[in-house]
Design a protein around this ligand. Sequence first.
Ligand SMILES: [Mg+2]
Length: 238
Amino acid sequence: MGTDRPRVFLFDIDGTLLHGGGLSVESYCSAFTHIFGEPYSIRAVDCSGRTDPWIVRAVLRHYGLTEFAEDGSILEEIFRHFLTAMRAMVDAGYQAEVLPGVREALDFLGSTPGVTRALLTGNLKEGARLKLQAAELLQYFGEESFALGAFGSDHHERERLAAIALDRLRHALGDSLQARDVWIVGDSIHDISCARAAGFRVLAVASGSTPRAELADKNPDILIDALDVGIFRRILHM
Ligand SMILES: [Mg+2]
């Protein structure tokens, strides 16, 4: 089966493709300890659907370090330590949990002509790579897919990532690519608002921390409990 026109699926990572467990929490804890001498926790803020730069700023404000929240050089230093800590955990064999149906869906999309798989995630680009590596999902997202899509390292507001991704996709696939043929696949209300910001459609999956009813309130095009091949077959016929 192929498609009559190009279709793009932009996947969120956390809560959609995998559960990272303590990977981010522990890596940030290590970075904050290194820089501030305190093991600040990103669990102090609601991280779901947010970008890494948004999360770090919110955490700094939460702990009363407001003056650092807009300090680009401090943020860069935090990210550098964060990525180093995460790389060490992944290299030591840390395993992230792949969510049900994910491999089958990614295999199916990868074998369907005319379909592009890429990422739209709040993770920093390098953090995204490490999380996918920890879940043994990196083989589904090659260098070419990392050049498409958008990451938390592109902008701190998730809604802004959609326009960035659309620019990259049209550059790669042609200006005739319709925004409505781009689907965001994500588990938070911010994936939904991000999709709406660029006219993308959205497949919401209630496999993360956001309750199904809360996702339903935001009127995603499709809402499911877990990814499977069938839902992608259905979308390709739409
Ligand atoms: Mg998510």
